[in-house]
Design a protein around this ligand. Sequence first.
Ligand code: OAD
Length: 241
Amino acid sequence: MAAEMIAIGPSDRVFVLTGAGISAESGLPTFRASDGLWAGHRVEDVCTPEALVENPALVWQFYSERRAQDEKAQPNAAHKALAELEERLGERFFLCTQNVDDLHERAGSRRMVHMHGELAKSRCEDECGRPPVEDRRVYRSLEEVGRCACGARLRPHIVFFGEMPLEMSRIEREIAECTVMVVIGTSGSVYPAANFVNWARSAGARTMYIGPERPLNAHVFSQIVEGKAGEVLPGLFEIQG
Ligand code: OAD
């Protein structure tokens, strides 16, 4: 077996965490590129509950642009490699993405959650309790934005800074059960996701990071595979048994 392969034994359970880097080769920009801006905006202007109150038109313009960009993007070899791994491992595989694009689903991933929300959905701005609805529309003005059944305006189904990530109890359960954690394309700067590797490691799991640069929490991983996800992931897993 080559040094840069990850062995998956017959009783291993694999938890994968992905970040913006896995979609970089699909043409979607990462968040913390060298200019520190997110597609030309400061995060606090477009990704906070305060921004939604103070300038909902800008928030919706921003997420409408992201929707348009997402629609044009295609899953890359890394998304496909994870869907294939799930096909081989079935219930022994679980994927948690921080990404709001739907490239994992479009590549075939099913046992997965979006902890930071989904671009393709909207929900009630007043949190009336109705579940999020599918909404891929690219709005040209605030007046066009749809309404919840309760009458309030819809907001993007995105976890803003200061809001609770989604699906945390399922994520915690899956991490507690995993024996291998593979983290791909995330800078390790946003919590609680940046802590998952600590939880897995203290429960005894092997922990690997894949990406072209070392993440902020690099010291916690037992193995780092340096390279672009789309180049490294295909053929990386050696499934035994
Ligand atoms: P970042 O932009 O912080 O980090 C992207 C990471 O991807 C960097 O570490 C890059 O080195 C790496 N990378 C770049 N190209 C890559 C490639 N081809 N293959 C693999 N890795 C590559 O993005 P995240 O860590 O995902 O939250 O950001 C975390 C959260 O911060 C996001 O989910 C978002 C943001 O605010 C919300 O939207 C709530």
